[in-house]
Design a binder for this molecule. Structure first.
Ligand SMILES: [Fe+2]
Ligand SMILES: [Fe+2]
Length: 190
């Protein structure tokens, strides 16, 4: 299902495992931003008839955010400041202006964030099993939902303009491969 051209760097998993409290705070913000992003997509004319579906995604992301807040509370981790992800910023910076082009690029960026989350949650679900069964189970439980968001956003882009989406996917797959190789010492999901 996921067609990324570059693997998640080998140093990502050890970095995340060594900084789980900070990563959980980052993840909480990521879910919060995913909810607002789903609502932001509703501004595009080409997506007016998808508002109900986008609301449903926003509600799901908000539920994920709540789950993360619950985990933070249970573990005594204070909800803290968000840090911008260079990978997400890099993707978003390449969104073109203009209703239709902007909608397609924005949807592809969102799909990539969902897709990379889905992939990384699978790694975490597996890697955390021996040391943190609760968190392993939690990450496993999010995989399907984020995978569905990935597919939904790509299908929405294709429904707006199939050929343009294919062209832009090619561009964004290269960009993702380039950006994901850039070192990021901060303990974040992306
Ligand atoms: Fe989510
Ligand atoms: Fe999602």
């Amino acid at each position: 299902m996921l067609l990324f051209r570059e693997k998640v760097p080998a140093d990502w998993l050890p970095k995340v495992q060594a900084n789980l409290p900070a990563v959980l705070v980052d993840h909480a913000h990521l879910e919060r931003k995913a909810a607002t992003t789903a609502l932001n997509l509703e501004k595009y004319r080409d997506l007016y008839d998808r508002v109900g579906e986008l609301n449903a995604i926003a509600i799901e992301e908000l539920q994920h955010f709540q789950l993360l807040l619950g985990l933070l509370k249970k573990r005594g981790i204070p909800f803290g400041q968000p840090y911008p992800s260079p990978w997400i910023t890099g993707l978003m910076r390449s969104i073109r202006n203009g209703q239709r082009h902007q909608a397609i690029d924005h949807l592809i960026c969102c799909a990539f964030i969902e897709g990379r989350s889905c992939e990384k949650f699978q790694f975490l679900a597996e890697a955390l099993k021996p040391t943190d069964a609760e968190l392993a189970q939690f990450y496993g439980s999010l995989v399907e939902s984020e995978g569905n968001h990935y597919a939904t956003y790509l299908l929405m882009a294709r429904a707006v303009d199939e050929a343009e989406t294919t062209r832009r996917m090619d561009f964004y797959l290269d960009l993702d491969a380039k950006l994901i190789r850039e070192p990021n010492p901060l303990p974040m999901l992306h």
